[in-house]
Design a protein around this ligand. Structure first.
Ligand code: URA
Length: 214
């Protein structure tokens, strides 16, 4: 079996485990666990904040209004959803779409670390403040750091981190769409450069068993 197939299988095992997760109280109110979606061998991974009502119902990330905007931004750079991997910081919907709480982020972070280690993307594009702060390990807000690539290590995987505004921000502030389009326009070049400077190696990071997930 190819290395990519082995990693895809491990991702599916992780998804099965996640569907039964009771690590934080959010499991009590969820309809489905929104694990993640897309190419398990993608060069580009997006990380959003948490599922909303539409995602909670469907089990698929970014299918509501913000998701349609994300689809449009992807199309603008010649990519489709099937060519990237999309995940969230939290896999279950916070009630009323409130902000994720620190203890929920702590409970869920190992799952995202495992997803990054298994997909092994060259570039992780964080959407908005929560994902950016978690993956950078720094307090700098998205207004300061958007559109600026930075090297990062998350879950034992070295990636190029590329923060952009959350697409939902453009639903409320239309001028934000231009900024998002400009930041997205740099993604294809960034992926090409990141792949050239750090070719993917066959090591998929620590197995989930070692990370205490199962
Ligand atoms: N917003 C997010 O951050 N993630 C989703 O999956 C949907 C909306």
């Amino acid at each position: 079996m190819s290395d990519a197939a082995v990693r895809a299988q491990a991702l599916e095992r992780l998804a099965e485990h996640l569907r039964g997760c009771t690590r934080c109280p959010l499991h009590e109110g969820r309809t489905t666990v929104v694990v993640g979606d897309g190419d398990p061998d993608a060069d580009l991974m997006f990380v959003g904040e948490a599922p909303g009502a539409n995602e909670d119902r469907s089990g698929v990330p970014f299918v509501g209004q913000a998701g349609k905007l994300l689809d449009g931004l992807l199309e603008g750079i010649g990519l489709s959803r099937g060519q990237v991997f999309i995940a969230n910081v939290l896999k279950c919907r916070p009630p009323g779409n409130r902000d994720p709480r620190p203890e929920e982020i702590d409970a869920c972070r190992g799952y995202l670390e495992e997803q990054v280690a298994l997909v092994r993307p060259a570039v992780v594009c964080t959407l908005g403040n929560f994902a950016t702060k978690l993956l950078s390990g720094r307090p700098d807000g998205i207004s300061t750091v958007h559109g600026r690539p930075q090297p990062a290590e998350f879950g034992g995987a070295g990636v190029t981190l590329y923060p952009v505004f959350h697409p939902a921000a453009a639903l409320y502030t239309r001028a934000m769409l231009g900024t998002l389009q400009e930041d997205f326009a740099r993604l294809p070049g960034l992926i090409a450069t990141a792949n050239r400077s750090a070719p993917r190696t066959p090591s998929a990071g620590p197995p989930a068993e070692q990370m205490g997930l199962f």
